[in-house]
Design a protein around this ligand. Structure first.
Ligand SMILES: Nc1ncnc2c1ncn2[C@@H]1O[C@H](COP(=O)(O)OP(=O)(O)OP(=O)(O)O)[C@@H](O)[C@H]1O
Length: 307
């Protein structure tokens, strides 16, 4: 059987087509999964579809016609309802069009980490309580809406001022998106796990948000001045230098090695089929030996009938 160049090109085009459509569907699902508003809207649409099927089945023609009208205009409604999400997605695409991380982005992140760690060190020394969450790939927009919108550059002085005891914004969490403070005074759902008694509501909130998103949360204890990080449901205490290394590893070095988010769905699929494309694909998680936690806190599921 002869295979011509045009057959190969047609095959490659088909593969590319499938991968691009898959990436779009994957991104749409991620958008829905990461945002409780979109889940509510989808639930609403599902109910309307069920009513439509029932209306056709029973023969309620007017109701069926009205639902058809509603669904036909649905695309406009979706564009209006999802306007903030669509804008955010397009902004992300715009920011990640460069295949290699650019020097400017790295220097912005380095600067942000330095300011953040300096602020945490200051607050640790003065025993000022703080809760700071850095958004990763799961959107924190729902939580930003619960706080006071800021959109400001991360700086040692600004963070110190926000968490100053007695000021209107010191209660709640600061959320960082990219290298900007998106809001202050945000509220997080606390964890239901058992924490050692020395940890209170602030640490519960930090572990809570780390259980439902992939965000990184830094906590400075008002009582002890200790700095901890909540990530993926795990609470770990670090010295300031350890915190800096931890954040650099997570926010800069991971970005340097990984491909921009628009291509990640395709790469994740390739990995799940066993096609290794990155240096980390040998399944070994490389831990920076210099990051020495002071304590990794044991978190237990709450016992039935317990507090
Ligand atoms: N669900 C929440 N979301 C965001 N912030 C919260 C939440 N719950 C509590 N906080 C913040 O934590 C503060 C109370 O912290 P609390 O002293 O109870 O916690 P803690 O874990 O013992 O911390 P610390 O060691 O600083 O005392 C509140 O003033 C508020 O700023």
């Amino acid at each position: 059987m002869d295979i011509s160049l045009s057959d190969v090109l047609t095959f490659l085009r088909l593969i590319l087509d499938i991968l691009v459509v898959w990436a779009l569907i994957y991104s749409a699902f991620r958008l829905v999964r990461n945002n409780s508003r979109t889940i509510q809207i989808l639930k609403g649409l599902l109910v309307i579809m069920i009513v439509k099927v029932l209306a056709v089945w029973i023969g309620l023609n007017t109701l069926s016609y009205l639902i058809d009208l509603f669904l036909n205009w649905g695309i406009v409604a979706i564009l209006i309802l999802f306007q903030p999400e669509i804008r955010g997605m397009l902004e992300k695409v715009g920011k990640t069009t460069a295949i290699l991380p650019n020097e400017f982005q790295i220097s912005q992140y380095t600067n942000m980490i330095n300011e953040l760690v300096d602020a945490c060190t200051d607050m640790s020394n003065s025993k000022t309580g703080a809760l700071i969450t850095i958004e990763q790939s799961n959107s924190l927009n729902d939580y930003i809406q619960s706080g006071i919108r800021m959109d400001s550059q991360v700086s040692r002085e600004l963070l110190g001022t926000i968490f100053q005891y007695g000021t209107p914004m010191h209660d709640g969490a600061v959320i960082i998106q990219g290298t900007q403070i998106a809001c202050a005074a945000a509220y997080f759902p606390p964890t239901t796990k058992d924490l050692p008694s020395k940890y209170g509501a602030r640490h519960r909130a930090a572990v809570g948000i780390s259980e439902i998103t992939d965000s990184i949360t830094i906590i400075v204890s008002e009582e002890t001045g200790n700095i901890s990080v909540a990530y993926r449901g795990q609470l770990t205490q670090y010295p300031p230098e350890g915190l800096k290394r931890y954040l650099t590893n997570r926010l800069i070095q991971v970005d340097e090695q990984e491909t921009p988010s628009i291509l990640q769905p395709v790469i994740k699929t390739a990995k799940s089929f066993g096609l290794s494309m990155s240096k980390k694909s040998d399944g070994i998680v490389r831990i920076d030996e210099r990051i020495k936690p002071i304590e990794v806190v044991d978190l237990l599921e709450k016992k039935q009938g317990g507090k």
